[in-house]
Design a protein around this ligand. Sequence first.
Ligand code: ADP
Length: 494
Amino acid sequence: TAAAVEELTTPPVQVNFTKLLINGQFVDSASGKTFPTLDPRTEEVIANVAEGDAEDINRAVAAARKAFDEGPWPKMSAYERSKIMLKFADLVEKHNDELAALETWDNGKPYLQAAQAEVPSFVRLFRYYAGWADKIHGLTIPADGPHHVQTLHEPIGVAGQIIPWNFPLLMFAWKVGPALACGNTIVLKTAEQTPLTALYVANLFHEAGLPPGVLNIVSGFGPTAGAALASHMDVDKLAFTGSTETGKTVLGLAAKSNLKPVTLELGGKSPFIICEDADIDHAVELAHFALFFNQGQCCCAGSRTYVHERVYDEFIEKAKARAMRRVVGDPFKKGVEQGPDDSEQFQKVLRYIRSGRDSSATLECGGDRFGSKGYFIQPTVFSNVKEDMLIAQDEIFGPVQCVFKFKDIGEVIKRANNTRYGLAAGVFTKNIDTANTLTRGLRAGTVWVNCYDVFDAGIPFGGYKMSGMGREKGIYSLSNYLQVKAVVTPLKNP
Ligand code: ADP
């Protein structure tokens, strides 16, 4: 019903920051232009935000360059950097609820998800990387000749970072945390759909003592601000999260400009494999969570649910019942599991649903928009999905579960790997041998066994194949933001 959508809660937060952040100051864009950011619940404008383009990227990169070359950040003791990051984490924790409300308002995700999981996980990540700041160091290496050889692990310089709209705060943390721990300076380009929370936290970062110019934020669009950042000659490293198609574009821009190294976190079509020995009720719940979490807008969504033929019918019946029980509505209301999807994504997801309905897959439930206002989509389940269908191959990025039937483990490994993506996978079994065979056979950057979407700060995340290059989080992310310098000195009296 549409009733849940129409009675909306007023977000318990104000929008205080809408300008670009350059050199520690909130400023208008050079062109004076602004763009609206929308409430996906109502399609109404929340605020008009300064729209940065190439000229603003130039200003932001110049500020980041100066802060890197002359500023205290890369030169201050690692312990001092760590203390500022810890103080920032404390401030964010103090503003947990306002930040969660702003995230929900701009993005549409359930408020409790933002308040109880995402903001705390943001805080945890900054504390984790604050802990790394003074533990980054090189090696001394035995040389053949009479030489003293050491490596210095130095910050790489000005990092350009481009993030998407599905987890605005978490993507900020995954990018900014390791880059700052290593002593770099940053120009961050937020997604045009969700510019608000990055500006809010950046203000807190300056309150915590971050020097001006270390973190610059340019709101704006991909082909203008994003492309200018990716192709900037004075940006030393690029980190990008978004679609595979845009990933190829930014990698090309980096190559054509100054060959800045690039890390990419891109799309996925992750298999979730339920074996015949699985506890079905638990498997149904986890498979549901793996796909529908965050309105289905996760790059690692378990979007191909493979179910063993012996438990398939029972699974379908229960998965359908679970999807039909899913509570869709105002994400600020308690008990609501699913809010609106992204505005652009909305039409795209509905097109994929139509393509599924036109194929020989069986529509078990859902299959349309939810209500008549806002970008809400009915939780949708297709069974009898075959690999050659469009819904089986493309990343849908919405609340659409596709269920496939399989017979044996060797076969399901081949089918699960038969995709251009390789971001994540889920395996559900009680048998340790089956689990080991699957985890080693699947070509994916993460394999969750009997769980899904576990994202601790220390666990690396990234993709095989066209799901990306490099890893974020954990110790692995540090190398993205460091240069290794070998220093060789002759020994006079070896
Ligand atoms: P989606 O919106 O499907 O997640 P995109 O890859 O289009 O994926 O967007 C992710 C981020 O990339 C956003 O911040 C967007 O503005 C940016 N972006 C889009 N196109 C370009 C481009 N040509 N160059 C640089 N950045 C881009």
